[in-house]
Design a binder for this molecule. Structure first.
Ligand SMILES: Cc1cc2nc3c(=O)[nH]c(=O)nc-3n(C[C@H](O)[C@H](O)[C@H](O)COP(=O)(O)OP(=O)(O)OC[C@H]3O[C@@H](n4cnc5c(N)ncnc54)[C@H](O)[C@@H]3O)c2cc1C
Length: 468
């Protein structure tokens, strides 16, 4: 890798997202691994998964020697770029988990994700992380009849699992508008189990908290190979009793893991800070995050500094460079997100767009997350959050910590522990599947917007989308 100057490096990191751009201190990397080293637990990747694992290991057993190797800087990946939804809810297919572990396990999993939202909030409080964590809940709005049908089906699904009104409930347009005024809302569902956060500040604050607990974080330390008890980097090899891989979507760049995930990009834009009267006119309760029920849905938050930050999927997968900085911006997705602002938040229509960014999601073949730890070899990994990793990574990190320390907690019995998805098909089939997902979902949305009738073409995607 060519040596970048300090200023260029800082600019490259800030350009990754609104959140990293807004970090007040320097983003200068911590020192790299100084040479060969021995420790108790070596973690690869300083995103939420790796850092929550390190944080809990260090809290549970303060004398444990924990080392984190990060290719760039803490929070460089999606953990420092996401929509800031700290959102409870199943990360994967209820059908898949129920088949493998039974109905009660699915219900327990939901409950754990809800509790994890507060878990994150408590850690933020304990560590004094100034990241705008505010638990206002989430609002899913339907703005067409097909979306309404999906919204109600989703609610029926949650009811059938055994969740109650206190977890998710349908709101009339009037009730909905009292929470967030979304133009064209026919009905919505509201869940209190969600917080808004500035994820850049959270992940960077978490890295600092880990260091205060004695965790060693080495940045600009790319791992070129890893396996039981060893982590190989150009700066030296780390030998450890336990090795945890926390590289999520980037895992596809590591030897033997190319087909573990489909790295699909999710992209975001942010407006300039909006004046108070615009927020009053929209009627957007601070701390509530909003999404819709399109196939290529949008997700949005009112940021701690008064912007609309909104994201969506739909960027085309590139066969030769599935993970590449060039994939982080896309004119079509940006234009679609700008249209969403104009259509659903017209008072903010003239706001300037100041940031556009994105990052890769780790999508497993069955869209269901997994946490693994092999006691024999001491090797573990977690990921496959398919774009819902903020809470999932907290749960996965804590679960990995419990597994390493051989603690028999509720977490180690959740349905994703030990879950295995089959690999994606080799290229060009994975490429064809990903292009089909984006094209068909996009065209179904356009058709539904134009006709107000459910587009049936999404059935074509049944073999590559998760069972409902
Ligand atoms: C635009 C966008 C919006 C999103 N919005 C939300 C949201 O609102 N809510 C939600 O729940 N989820 C959201 N997600 C998903 C969520 O951000 C991720 O699931 C989560 O951050 C994954 O965390 P992680 O720690 O597992 O992985 P990452 O954040 O990807 O961290 C992995 C780290 O490993 C490092 N790494 C990779 N390879 C190597 C190597 N070889 N050697 C050393 N280090 C390496 C990377 O540099 C990176 O820092 C969004 C994602 C994106 C891209």
């Amino acid at each position: 890798m060519r040596e970048e100057g300090k200023a260029a490096l800082e600019a490259r990191y800030r350009a990754r997202s609104l959140w990293l751009d807004g970090i007040e201190g320097s983003l200068a990397p911590r020192p790299s691994l100084p040479g060969d080293l021995e420790c108790d637990v070596a973690i690869v990747g300083a995103g939420f998964t790796g850092l929550w694992a390190a944080y809990h290991l260090a809290r549970l057993q303060p004398d444990l020697r924990v080392v984190v190797c990060e290719r760039e800087i803490a929070g460089f990946g999606p953990s420092g770029r996401n929509g800031g939804w700290v959102s409870g809810g199943l990360i994967g297919s209820a059908d898949t988990y129920e088949r493998e572990k039974g109905h009660d396990a699915v219900l327990r999993a939901y409950r754990e994700t809800y509790a994890a939202v507060d878990h994150v909030g408590e850690a933020v409080e304990r560590e004094g992380i100034d990241c705008g964590f505010r638990k206002g809940g989430s609002l899913f709005v339907a703005t067409t009849k097909p979306q309404l049908a999906r919204l109600r089906a989703r609610q029926r699904g949650l009811d059938a699992i055994g969740l109650g009104e206190e977890d998710s409930r349908i709101l009339s347009p009037e009730e909905s508008n009292a929470v967030v005024g979304v133009e064209g809302c026919l009905e919505s569902s509201y869940s209190p189990h969600c917080a808004r956060v500035d994820p850049g500040r959270l992940v960077r604050g978490l890295a600092d908290a880990c260091e205060r607990l004695g965790v060693a974080i080495y940045e600009r330390t790319p791992v070129t190979d890893l396996g039981p008890r060893r982590v190989v980097t150009p700066h030296g090899t780390v030998r450890a009793d336990a090795v945890l891989q926390a590289t999520e979507s980037y895992s596809v760049e590591l030897p033997r893991q190319r087909l573990r995930y489909l790295p699909l990009y999710s992209l975001m834009i942010a407006t300039e800070p909006l004046p108070g009267h615009v927020w009053d006119e929209i009627g957007w309760t601070d701390g509530v995050v909003v999404s819709d029920m399109r196939h290529l849905f949008f997700y949005a938050q009112r940021t701690r500094d008064g912007r609309i930050a909104i994201g969506g999927r739909g960027a085309p997968y590139r066969l030769r460079r599935p993970i590449d900085p060039e994939n982080e911006r896309n004119a079509d997705v940006r234009a679609r997100l700008e249209r969403v602002i104009r259509r659903h938040f017209p008072t903010a229509a003239s706001a300037r767009i100041t940031h556009h960014w994105g990052g890769p999601l780790g999508v497993p073949r069955d869209w269901s997350m997994a946490v693994h730890f092999d006691r024999e070899t001491g090797f573990g990994w977690a990921g496959g959050y398919a774009g819902h990793g903020v809470v999932a990574a907290n749960i996965a990190g804590r679960t990995l910590a419990d597994l390493v320390l051989d603690r028999d907690t509720e977490l180690v019995h959740l349905p994703w522990v030990g879950h295995r998805a089959r690999r994606w098909e080799p290229e060009p089939l994975r490429f064809v599947a990903s292009r089909a997902i984006v094209r068909i979902l996009g065209s179904a949305d356009r058709s539904e917007d134009a006709t107000d009738r459910t587009a049936r073409r999404t059935r074509l995607l049944a073999p590559v989308l998760p069972p409902h």
